[in-house]
Design a protein around this ligand. Structure first.
Ligand SMILES: NC(=O)c1ccc[n+]([C@@H]2O[C@H](COP(=O)([O-])OP(=O)(O)OC[C@H]3O[C@@H](n4cnc5c(N)ncnc54)[C@H](OP(=O)(O)O)[C@@H]3O)[C@@H](O)[C@H]2O)c1
Length: 280
């Protein structure tokens, strides 16, 4: 059976993407070829995948077969991009139109860089976030200009099982990433700090962590299921002269809201700066 999907960098995010596609039968295991950096990583890449998925290390001479797949997912770390560029540039496609697809999930690598590095491909930038690992993600997609409607459908089908999809102009991927990809880190910090506060006030650590996590997931469900604006929920919880409004008063004095606004803004700025550096 021919390879239909080639994965360059079969690490955590690539596994999260490919696993549901195999489970749903969108691709047969024999149609998938994954490449990892070192041969010592092959066993962990294969873990939890069907046995007929083929995984090779980049130094294996057969690994260049991955470039023959009509659809490739590029999921190495951004610092490994230069190495991939070299092997990919050796590949020339016979297909003039439509060209094979190359989906990159690398932060900070622009469509311009992708097109320059892989001229034999139609390139797509995808920005999935970490909750995609549990099927609750958000993915931003930016397309190269000359992509066909059918090619877009193929790409969307790849990310649908793990995330909601947002088609965006490429320049909007920076704020999208600052909110959705970096967002889980901000939320993790909030949860951790809230648990610390409860420990400081006398609750045991294990219970504080558990309650902080559950407060987060319960609040998210409440906002979603009742379609509440966050301000409505805040007002529902804060009764006059009560505990919550005292705490909120302190958060405002400490610049909590402004710190979050600036954090998202700075992350978007940094993403833009990284993209400019890699395209120049
Ligand atoms: N994890 C997420 O939730 C997430 C979300 C959005 C975007 N991303 C993006 O996805 C990319 C991968 O992230 P990840 O968390 O999945 O990283 P990861 O688990 O470290 O996966 C990277 C994979 O690339 C392989 N690799 C290294 N050099 C290679 C080469 N020369 N040829 C082929 N494969 C090579 C690595 O193999 P070795 O282990 O042997 O080096 C590893 O399997 C990053 O650019 C990241 O920004 C990740």
């Amino acid at each position: 059976m021919e390879i239909s999907i080639g994965i360059i960098g079969l690490g955590s995010i690539a596994k999260a993407i490919i696993s549901p596609l195999l489970e749903r039968g969108e691709y047969q295991p024999q149609q998938v070829l994954g490449i990892v950096g070192r041969s010592s990583s092959i066993a962990s890449a294969l873990k939890d995948l069907p046995k007929d998925v083929k995984v090779l290390a980049s130094e294996d001479s057969l690994s260049s077969e991955v470039w023959k797949a009509p659809l490739k997912i590029l999921a190495v770390k951004p610092q490994q991009f230069d190495q991939i560029k070299e092997s990919g540039s050796l590949f020339q496609s016979d297909h003039k139109f439509p060209k094979p697809l190359l989906i990159s999930v690398l932060a900070g690598i622009t469509l311009k860089s992708l097109k320059k590095s892989f001229p034999g491909h139609t390139c797509i930038r995808a920005v999935p976030n970490t909750p995609s690992l549990v099927g609750q993600g958000l993915t931003g997609l930016a397309w190269e200009d000359n992509i066909t409607v059918d090619q877009k459908k193929v790409v969307k089908k790849i990310f649908e099982p793990i995330s909601e999809i947002y088609e965006l102009e490429e320049k909007k991927l920076d704020p999208f990433l600052a909110l959705t990809s970096s967002g889980p880190a901000y939320i993790a910090l909030v949860v951790e700090a809230m648990a610390d506060g409860a420990v400081a006030a006398g609750l045991p650590r294990y219970l504080s962590n558990q309650l902080a996590h559950k407060t987060l997931s319960g609040t998210a469900s409440l906002i979603r299921e009742k379609s509440l604006h966050p301000a409505e929920l805040k007002d529902m919880v804060a009764s006059p002269g009560g505990t919550t409004i005292s705490a909120l008063r302190h958060l405002e004095l400490a610049g909590f809201r402004s710190a979050l606004i600036e954090a998202v803004f700075l992350a978007a700025q940094k993403s833009r700066q990284l993209a400019e550096e890699t395209s120049s």
